[in-house]
Design a protein around this ligand. Structure first.
Ligand code: XMP
Length: 504
């Protein structure tokens, strides 16, 4: 395992992903994790990440100097390099000018660069630089503006790079990380087959002969988890799909068919009427979300009592959630996101979170191994409260039907035009805005639908997708001709921030 100390850099997760792609398991830890705790984790190497601070800033993150006494190889990246340099007695200075962007290494060599030849383009993003080497260190790369773009002390297996080897803008950076993993002598045993075997064994050992309850939504995480658990413990699993009536066209049937075909013991709860009744007359977005959360828990708890007892509640928690809550960043509180938290006290489950060390794309790859069809596996994200947050204002059966049909037209056309995989998420919003139109010889006064399609990496920030005119034209025509209550279609060109992806 390689432990990555996170000094707050925007690329820290990427370092973790890259090393995992190279077959090495990684864990991200807080920057000030104690040497004691690290020793207990028995890492085979340490990576000190980059970060936004200058080493001279007040309150700049510091690692426990004891980590250098663990005797394992260390790679400092950017800020991590500065910390290492300073700790070892070198000098770091604030540069006159920030270096930002691509730079070519004018020379390079040494252990980290083994096997690399030719031009080496490196992505730089720093204010400070190492200006005097610590004793025992040698320069191993330079650029025109940065004489110490990398350094090394091979005898102690300590290395530093000023550039970011983890980003795609450093095309040969993966080789640098690969070399570090080799210098650390680490086994390359982190691959999908192994992960799957390991997860199945862990689940079996923990669960024994007890029973496990899981809520599935049709999303890739809960579906993959259902498949994993079905494979690990078969009939000891009960997967519950709560149909709240806020799903997309044909979604319930699709989830049922896919999971049943893969032998997941699945129960569907038809709670459509209960949800509609609870939502009647409510138009405030937060209120709607709270009601849906509450009703979901009620429906799910009822099923748990009916089919119980269960010892475990399985959840598809992913590694980024774990890192975030450990870092205390938590959720921003902008929208109350909904999951199976807040269950009543009499349902006292132990949590089972087999994916808590995995990234989303690792789960997607596992899902493929487990046989989840690509239609579900590569699906755009869909919010827990479903179409309710895409029907502005009051949610009624009629308005849900409009949202469902327009969504289906938009998404089907994206697939038809081969654009589905080029956007991160796409949706339609049924607004409560009516406007005047003309159809045949008649004046109409009907609703406006907004199309929203975004590109994004993780949903935290997003840009609107530049979809072709003829595609948008086709979708708009299909919507107004097939859905008579709609006479106007607009395309949302807002970015996040300041907007959000969903409208509610
Ligand atoms: P926003 O609208 O906040 O959405 O920009 C970011 C991403 O999160 C999804 N989303 C949710 N997912 N429960 C979820 O599981 C929710 O309550 C929820 N609200 C928004 C949204 O679809 C987008 O992908």
């Amino acid at each position: 395992m390689i432990a990555i100390l996170d000094f707050g850099g925007q690329y820290t997760r990427l370092i973790a992903r890259r090393l995992r792609e190279l077959g090495v398991y990684t864990e991200i830890l807080p920057p000030d994790v104690s040497a004691e705790r690290l020793r207990g984790l028995q890492p085979g190497g340490l990576v000190l990440s980059g970060g936004p601070a200058s080493i001279y800033d007040q309150g700049a993150p510091r690692a426990d100097p004891g980590i250098l006494g663990l005797g394992v190889p260390v790679l400092g990246i950017c800020y991590g390099m500065h910390w290492l340099a300073q700790q070892e007695g070198g000098v770091v200075e604030r540069a006159q000018q920030q270096e930002y962007g691509k730079a070519e290494l004018t020379s390079y060599g040494g252990d980290l660069f083994q096997g690399i030849e030719g031009e080496f383009v490196a992505w730089m993003s720093h204010g400070d630089s190492v200006v005097q080497l610590p004793q025992g260190y040698a320069v191993s790369a330079a650029t025109r503006d940065t004489p110490v773009a990398a350094f090394e002390r091979p005898a102690a297996r300590r290395y530093g790079v000023q550039f970011h080897p983890e980003v795609v803008h450093t095309p040969k950076g993966t080789q640098v990380l690969d070399n570090f993993a080799s210098l650390a002598g680490l086994q390359r045993d982190w691959n999908n087959d192994q992960i799957l075997d390991r997860l199945i064994a862990e689940v079996r050992e923990r669960v024994g002969s007890d029973r496990v309850l899981l809520a599935v939504s049709g999303g890739v995480d809960s579906s993959a988890l259902a498949l994993l658990l079905a494979r690990a413990i078969g009939p000891q699993l009960t997967a519950v799909l709560v149909d709240h009536g806020l799903l997309r066209l044909g979604e319930r049937e699709q989830v049922e068919a896919s999971l049943s075909a893969l032998k997941v013991p699945l129960v569907t709860v038809d709670a459509r009427e209960t949800f509609l009744r609870a939502l009647a007359g409510v138009s405030d977005p937060e209120q709607k979300r709270k009601i849906i959360g509450r009703e979901f828990i009620a429906a799910f708890s009822q099923e748990a009592r009916l089919r119980g007892p269960f010892r475990y509640l399985a959840q598809g928690t992913l590694y980024p959630d774990v890192i975030e809550s450990a870092g205390g960043a938590g959720s921003s509180g902008i929208k109350s996101h909904h999951n199976v938290g807040g269950l009543p006290e009499d349902l006292d489950f132990e949590l089972l979170e087999p994916f808590r060390h995995l990234f989303k794309d690792e789960v997607r790859e596992l899902a493929a191994l487990l046989g989840l069809p690509d239609t579900l596996r590569l699906r755009h994200p869909f919010p827990g409260p479903g179409l309710a947050v895409r029907v502005l204002g009051e949610v009624t059966a009629e308005r849900l039907d409009l949202a469902r049909r327009t969504d289906d037209i938009f998404i089907s056309a994206l697939r038809e035009f081969g654009l589905y995989d080029q956007v991160w998420q796409a949706l339609t919003v049924l607004t409560d805005l009516r406007s005047v139109g003309v159809m045949g010889d008649h004046r109409t006064y009907s609703y406006t639908v907004a199309l929203r399609a975004v590109t994004s990496v993780d949903g935290m920030t997003a840009d609107w997708a530049r979809l072709p005119d003829d595609f948008l034209n086709t979708v708009a025509n299909r919507i107004v001709s097939q859905v008579h209550q709609i006479n106007r279609v607009v395309y949302d060109i807002s970015t996040k921030p300041p907007s959000t992806i969903e409208w509610e």
